[in-house]
Design a binder for this molecule. Structure first.
Ligand SMILES: NC(=O)c1ccc[n+]([C@@H]2O[C@H](COP(=O)([O-])OP(=O)(O)OC[C@H]3O[C@@H](n4cnc5c(N)ncnc54)[C@H](OP(=O)(O)O)[C@@H]3O)[C@@H](O)[C@H]2O)c1
Length: 281
């Protein structure tokens, strides 16, 4: 596995296992066992995925040492603000049966559609995140779905800036402006839905490159992201896909192939605008 160094000197694996929609205990146990054997160390979960307990069971059933994993979790939208985020973190730690998280992320910024005081809410939630980091309960703190204006606002009150912004990014959704901004600000980018939620894999450009290279379209997408220095967390419920998704370090995309993928128009994904979303629950 290759690791990316974060702005605080810690490291994160370039590829991890996404677990959104994976709730079946038996399946999660099989997937996590196979993932660990294949070299995955990063598991991406969230309070909202309702699978923290199942993940904890899967880890112990497979006899995996906690310290050999990089567990990334997220605080949900119903736990905004200093006290609520600290409490939510404790609940997640209990469910995961661990006393620390490797990464803790704010799942969504407060939406300006719902909250005229979204700036203050995000600042107060972030203060809670910083306190968890200072207490040593979480080893890295970051955000998800933050756009440039959310990060610029956060900068005004933050003592520590996020080490990561996890955002939807995949062929057809390049996030070039955010990548440039985050690179300047030393914030790593992690792609959620790196395969466009599975919807981009029939794209002709990806298919042609994958045939020429004798790899899968998913591997082409994940390699494109890796060559852009982006961390990825593909989700799959299939062990053979899980095994091939991590095998992207022994082939390379040429500059021309990178450019061809860069110019794919939007062809599917989650497509939610963080400024437009109303609360999910
Ligand atoms: N922070 C956020 O707001 C946010 C939002 C979305 C996602 N995420 C995180 O990012 C992770 C990944 O995103 P995602 O779950 O939306 O989707 P994704 O990883 O982009 O795509 C998953 C889909 O692609 C299919 N797939 C996976 N590998 C494949 C392969 N090699 N060949 C063909 N199909 C393949 C999967 O089907 P099978 O399961 O049938 O293989 C599934 O339908 C999530 O699980 C979650 O951890 C975070």
């Amino acid at each position: 596995m290759k690791y990316k160094e974060l702005s605080n000197g810690n490291s994160i694996p370039y590829i991890g296992l996404g677990t959104w929609k994976l709730t079946d205990r038996q399946l999660l146990s099989e997937l996590i066992g196979a993932a660990y054997e294949k070299g995955y160390r990063l598991i991406d979960t969230a309070a909202a995925y309702s699978n923290e307990i199942a993940i904890s069971k899967a880890i112990s059933e497979n006899g995996i040492n906690r310290e050999d994993l990089f567990i990334s979790d997220k605080v949900w939208n119903t736990s905004r603000g200093y006290e609520a985020v600290r409490k939510a973190c404790q609940t997640s730690l209990k469910k995961l049966k661990t006393d620390y998280l490797d990464m803790y992320l704010i799942h969504w910024p407060a939406s300006m559609k719902l909250y005229p005081n979204w700036r203050e809410i995000n600042a107060d939630t972030w203060r809670g995140m910083e306190s968890l980091y200072e207490d040593g309960i979480v080893r890295n703190i970051g955000v998800c779905n933050f756009k440039i204006h959310h990060l610029e606002e956060l900068k005004k009150s933050a003592n520590i800036m996020p080490v990561i912004d996890q955002v939807e990014l995949h062929p057809g959704m390049n996030q070039n402006e955010l990548i440039e901004y985050c690179s300047r600000e030393k914030i790593a980018i992690e792609a959620s839905s790196p395969l466009g939620n599975g919807q981009i894999l029939e794209n002709d450009v990806l298919r042609k490159i994958s045939e020429a290279k004798a790899v899968s379209p998913a591997q082409v997408a994940l390699r494109w992201e890796y060559q852009k220095d982006v961390i990825t967390i593909p989700k799959t419920s299939d062990i053979s896909r899980l095994c091939s998704n991590i095998d992207i370090f022994d082939f390379e995309l040429s500059d021309d192939e990178m450019r061809m993928i860069d110019s794919i128009p939007y062809c599917g994904g989650i497509g939610l605008d963080p400024d437009e979303v109303t609360e999910f629950g």
